[in-house]
Write a protein that binds this ligand. Structure first.
Ligand SMILES: Cc1ncc(C[n+]2csc(CCOP(=O)(O)OP(=O)(O)O)c2C)c(N)n1
Length: 555
């Protein structure tokens, strides 16, 4: 077998049914081996589209998304998506073509040192120098990508290695020296944590994406209910705990709810579960949760104490840790604490000013939530619309919310929606986009059209780089430098790609457009025209503490 044939055989053995990519000279042997192999390949219109689509696929299935790109520009076009996946702990296996081994380092045509470039943003990377290594390398890559804290793994394949013949030997077991994630928590530490829980009066669970990755949502729900501990969530943790649950307080952080941030401020025990104390969640660190003892549950020991000093670390798989703690805990007696949180919420609820005949962005999200009964899978781009989606669409279950949290990548949401739709053909998949973000990977409309993916794109069109404009309004004296952004007629663009396009400018039109969008069996792009200067509130200003929130919407 050639290296390329081995590679395809390995993908089959790993159970890969679908992959995303874009060909070029250095990967022609691999594309040739894929031809007729039965593995479905989705040809995107840009490598960035391929990697975000693979991320979308991985985020809703929990299995690694697979990407194939050529050497040089093909490989460098993957960089943003790799960094995005790394920041959000998304499992990916990426194959890049490379120039022949004797040309490496000679600045040859379409050569890029992709291993060097991506070293800081991959969990691991390989350059295969001998075709006989391919089965072992691929097997290890899938293992590393999906176990422990998930992440992207890159395999660089020089063209002559893809053409080289060797004997195929599939390793039955994976053994990687030095790679041994800790799954089971230390029992002594665990008892200290359960004791701290018993002693607390105002405990709070602060949950992040790790709960989703480890499949611990059910254990988390049981744990919260058994103890009566209220829950705040990061952006990445949304869906890990049902929004409608009475113990759910809301999202914390820069655009979190007042009650969530106040609860973090006033709690006496903060239990971080699969969360990494991102600055968007904590605000100014010196003011972050000053009165609490801190517990940090995470599978990645490197996260412990990285941003915030913790009193009780618990390294392990979140699902196992919560399962191990469940029999050891009972009701904590949080009634007064929860009443207090409710009072804060009533005093400062989430909301917006509705105006007759004017379509408010928050309203669009509420209508989408209502029309889909909260069952759709949402992907987003990055900006104000992303925050409105996080706040006004109320999630029921994990893997229903696919957003770029860590890197904050404009251009992520639309291709990610393609990957989600391919993984979940029967589900309603809505990409909530900004007019600017959508333009970053708008070329993927062709991929959607060609593959008949019934993705719905809801553009919250404010004619601005909305989030940038909001900061300029609040912190740069309304000097809107380069934040007004033009856009084509999105309805006509959609139609040019053979896709249904709709526009709505009033609440009535929006309701009708959403009805039509959901009734249509194919892809639809809806241009929701909203006011230019609507802001996401409340907000913790950059550099402020979470007790310094601004922007009561009803002021
Ligand atoms: C690739 C990339 N470039 C720049 C930014 C900085 N940025 C964050 S939000 C934003 C504006 C987004 O505008 P739009 O997509 O229209 O969404 P809106 O905020 O208006 O909802 C920008 C430029 C980014 N996050 N990603």
């Amino acid at each position: 077998m050639t290296g390329a044939e081995m590679l395809v055989e390995c993908l089959k053995r790993e159970g890969v049914e679908i992959m995303f990519g874009y060909p070029g000279g250095a990967v022609l042997p691999i594309y040739d081996a894929l031809y007729g192999s039965g593995i479905r390949h989705i040809l995107t219109r840009h490598e960035q589209g391929a990697v975000h689509a693979a991320e979308g696929y991985a985020r809703v299935t929990g299995r690694p998304g697979v990407v194939l790109a050529t050497s040089g520009p093909g490989a460098t076009n993957l960089v943003t998506g790799i960094a995005d996946a790394y920041m959000d702990s998304t499992p990916l296996v990426l194959f890049t073509g490379q120039v022949a081994t004797d040309l490496i380092g000679s600045d040859s045509f379409q050569e890029a040192d992709i291993i060097g470039i991506t070293m800081p943003i991959t969990k691991h990377s390989y350059q295969v120098r001998d075709a006989a290594d391919i089965p072992r390398v691929v097997r290890e890559a899938f293992h590393i990508a999906a176990t422990g804290r998930p992440g992207p793994v890159l395999i660089d394949v020089p063209k002559n290695v893809a053409n080289q013949k060797a004997v195929f030997e599939w390793p039955e077991r994976v053994f990687i020296r030095g790679y041994n994630p800790t799954y089971t928590p230390n029992p002594t530490q665990l008892s200290k944590v359960t004791e701290a829980i018993r002693e607390s009066r105002r405990p709070l669970l602060y949950v992040g994406g790790g709960v989703v990755h480890s499949g611990a949502a059910e254990e988390l729900r049981e744990f919260a209910h058994k103890t009566g501990i209220p829950v705040v969530s990061t952006l990445m943790g949304l869906g890990a705990f049902p929004s409608a649950d009475p113990l759910f307080v809301g999202m914390l952080g820069m655009h979190g709810t007042f009650a969530a941030n106040r609860a973090v401020m006033e709690c006496d025990l903060l239990i971080a579960v699969g969360a990494r104390f991102d600055d968007r969640a904590t605000g100014k660190l010196e003011r972050f949760s000053p009165h609490s003892k801190k517990v940090h549950i995470d599978i990645d020991p490197a996260e412990i104490g990285k941003n915030v000093a913790v009193d009780l670390p618990l390294v392990g798989d979140v699902k196992r840790v919560l399962s191990a703690m469940l029999p050891e805990v009972g009701p904590v007696g949080t009634k007064a604490w929860i009443d207090q949180i409710r009072a804060w919420d009533e005093q400062w609820p989430l909301g917006y000013k509705a105006e007759p005949g004017v379509l408010k962005p928050q309203q669009v999200l509420e209508m989408l939530w209502d029309a889909t009964r909260g069952e759709a899978i949402l992907t987003t781009e990055v900006g104000q619309h992303q925050m409105w989606a996080a706040l006004f669409y109320r999630f029921k279950r994990p893997r229903q919310w696919v957003t770029s949290g860590g890197l904050g990548t404009m251009g992520f949401g639309f291709p990610a929606a393609m990957g989600v739709q391919l993984a979940k053909p029967g589900e309603t998949v809505i990409c909530v986009a900004g007019d600017a973000s959508f333009q970053m990977n708008i070329q993927e409309l062709q991929t959607v059209a060609e593959n008949g993916l019934p993705v719905k794109v809801a553009i919250i069109n404010n004619g601005f780089l909305g989030m940038v404009r909001q900061w300029q309004q609040l912190f740069y004296d309304r000097r809107y430098a380069e934040s007004r952004v033009g856009a084509p007629d999105f309805v006509k663009v959609a139609e040019a790609y053979g896709i249904r396009g709709l526009r709505a400018q009033t609440p009535e039109e929006a309701r009708e457009a959403i009805r039509e969008m959901l009734a249509h069996p194919g892809p639809v792009v809806v241009d929701f025209v909203v006011p230019e200067e609507e802001n996401v509130f409340p907000m913790v200003p950059p550099g402020a503490g979470t007790d310094e929130m601004i922007g009561r919407w009803d002021d």
